[in-house]
Design a binder for this molecule. Sequence first.
Ligand code: SAM
Length: 478
Amino acid sequence: MDSYLLPEFVKSLNGLDHFDTESFIRVHALGEQPVSVHMNTVKPVLTDGGWPSDFIHPPFELAGKVPWAADSYYLSQRPSFTLDPLFHAGTYYVQEASGMFLSFVLSQITDLTKKMKVLDLCAAPGGKSTLIQSLISPESLLVSNEVIKTRVPVLTQNMIKWGRSNGIVSNNDPSHFKELPGFFDIVVIDAPCSGSGLYRKDPEAAASWTPDLVNLCSQRQQRILADAWSCLKEGGYLIYSTCSYSKEENEDVLDVHMQQYEVASVPLFPDRAWNIVETISEKSGAFGYRFYPDKVTGEGFFISVLQKTHTGLEETLKNYSSRKSMKSGPGGRSGKNPLRVSRSASLLLNPWIQAEQLELITIGESIHAMTPGLLHDLELLKNNLYLKKAGIRVGKEGENEWIPDHELALADFLNKDCPTLNISKSDALLFLKGESFEAGVSGKGWHVVCYRNQRLGWVKLLERRMNNYYPKSWRIRQ
Ligand code: SAM
């Protein structure tokens, strides 16, 4: 059978547990690409268990649930997501199904109703982060970090669309997290990898596979795990995943880590019917879970969970000194809160939000809303990391009026009584292109634009025209 997979690549996988060379090559040659989405539960859109019927590019149906993830579905074919306003409203995220297994992992290892701090260390474009934010309790904290600067905007955009106030986006190298010893309950490392698990989606990439690439990735992965280790608290979990099949990037990385630190590997118990392959690493007996596209409806994926059983002496001392400096640090000593919001700003803002469950802070010119109880953590993170987003930027004080930020339109706490323009799909697409449309109302001022009750952004209605405030860099071009 003709195959775009390099023979040396396939050969390198021979001998892996349950690896079936023939069916692996066959499934790649078939070229099928399952499409799947996970739904944003704070922005429900499914009606009678199906997609709104006027989403017709091309017509499709939900083709079953992703078995290991709540609120996640396969689609019968790939529609034009760009032309669906509900996609831009953040009502769902298009995500590869195997990667959604993180949902099962989180619910197995932890009580998700508890308050916790989660770091998604390699977060762009935001698939895992949106999934995590849907699963953790609203009072928990999610830090979504991306080291590559040019990939931060897409991550930020996706987190804004997800609309929750308990998230922070940072742009740091993994080594910077050493400054936060024992801070996180869970660290997710969806590591940069050789990407062989995605060759069905991008057959041309298969030609660039080399053993050197795999080794380079493996070294980098080991470094990332080592850098992230100290910010995990004792008893906390590190969830490691890649979309590579190579043992060097998966089981071997676990082995190196297990030999250097005090760690327990955590077994997972997926349903046998899901056909996920459990592996046990050669040197340390770490459990890993492999997804092969000839066995599951999804792409190639590997995931494993490590629990930190003991924090070393060096780390304990660092922990102690950083706690001490937090207590005597700025704000703590003077008793002043440097982030306080002025009374005039609060008065202007209050009618826009359901404020009882929010804390407001000033960052630069803007006011941000955060889940209560997270400000102390924010302060600590701000002092150690390069933060790109904190909570929801709700806007700023203008002359006698509140100037709402785009993030507020997409947030789950916008006041329901806020002036609203409900528009058709064709007008919604005009809005998303940054154009004007017939408003059909006589009111003036700021209005939130909605399609099927899902908010898209702001317009300001003036005497004879409309100003479209959909962010320029987000506008669709089709
Ligand atoms: N978790 C993301 C999701 O679900 O949408 C996908 C993450 S992707 C597999 C790996 C990410 O790691 C990329 O965004 C990449 O920019 C980032 N990355 C690349 N080099 C890195 C490094 N040296 N340290 C940490 N992250 C890195």
